[in-house]
Design a protein around this ligand. Structure first.
Ligand code: GLU
Length: 282
């Protein structure tokens, strides 16, 4: 997307308090968007886990850190920008339309495997602890009864290479069928998957660069395949190293001691928290 004005996004999920790891990713995203437009998207797709108090807290904490965004929900409750709504829970008609488009073009098939089936499948090694198990393809050739409740998967071409140059990590290559398998587009309960919603929104919001945590590298490979299937431009990507605790585990929303809220309430200044968020990057 050379020559297109830069549009970046922050896409927090309001399922808990933001922590130092989010601060790191979002500070880098804001910095990279300094000469362009920054959008805040409320990734509240998972309505079971999303809570309005976390929406409020994430906006407040990001503003406290000194991050400003031109489009999306603002701390005063208003929404700015012309490409909204900027909350995923209000965009379901777009996801449904794209689901039908992919379905009609023959990219999808129904899958009745349960989570338990997937975890016990003989060929389901965990790619790593940050990604879902490789789908063994059980339902690929099944002829399912159309009334059976099913999720819908995107069929990948085994052996296809997906390569991109990450702006922070350099060249990346993933192989479909080895590094990731057929992935869910629409869940059995009718909720669109993260992969579908993310691709639909990044395209509709004209995002030119996606900055996010390194745990989503394989999702990027999946999303590139989806973007290609839909004929959308491919943004550039910048994956940020995850922040880990003393035991080497990645920070989670339940690590309250590293939440921005806690750090703020314990008297640290935004400047001190910004320093903590950025200083350990190797
Ligand atoms: N809402 C997603 C998360 O919090 C963001 C994913 C993305 O940036 O694409 O993990």
């Amino acid at each position: 997307m050379i020559g297109t004005p830069y549009r970046g996004r922050l896409a927090p999920s309001p399922t808990g308090l933001l922590h130092l790891g989010h601060a790191r990713t979002f500070l880098i995203a804001a910095e990279r968007a300094a000469n362009g437009t920054l959008i805040l998207r409320n990734d509240d797709l998972d309505t079971q886990r999303s809570r309005s108090e976390f929406v409020h807290a994430m906006l407040e904490d990001l503003a406290w850190l000194g991050i400003r965004w031109a489009e999306g929900p603002q701390t005063n409750g208003a929404e700015t920008g012309s490409l909204g709504p900027y909350a995923q829970s209000q965009r379901s008609s777009l996801y449904t339309a794209t689901f039908h488009q992919l379905h009609e073009a023959g990219f999808l098939y129904p899958c009745v495997c349960s989570r338990k089936d997937l975890l016990s499948a003989p060929h389901a090694p965990h790619a790593d602890d940050e990604d879902e198990p490789l789908y063994p393809g059980t339902c690929r050739e099944r002829n399912l009864d159309s009334d059976e409740p099913a999720s819908w998967r995107f069929r990948v071409t085994d052996g296809e290479e997906v390569s991109f140059r990450d702006a922070l990590l350099g060249p990346q290559t993933f192989i479909a069928g080895r590094d990731f398998g057929d992935f869910v587009i629409m869940r059995r309960d009718g909720v669109p998957s993260y992969q579908l919603a993310c691709v639909v929104d990044d395209a509709a919001m004209q995002i030119t660069e996606v900055v996010r945590g390194r745990d989503l590298l394989r999702s990027t490979a999946r999303q590139i395949l989806l973007l290609r299937a839909l004929g959308h431009p491919i943004p550039t990507y910048a994956h940020v190293e995850l922040m880990r605790n003393e035991r080497g585990e990645r920070l989670a929303k339940r690590d309250d001691a590293r939440s921005l809220r806690y750090l703020r309430e314990s008297g640290l200044t935004p400047q001190e928290v910004r320093k903590m968020a950025l200083e350990e990057i190797e």
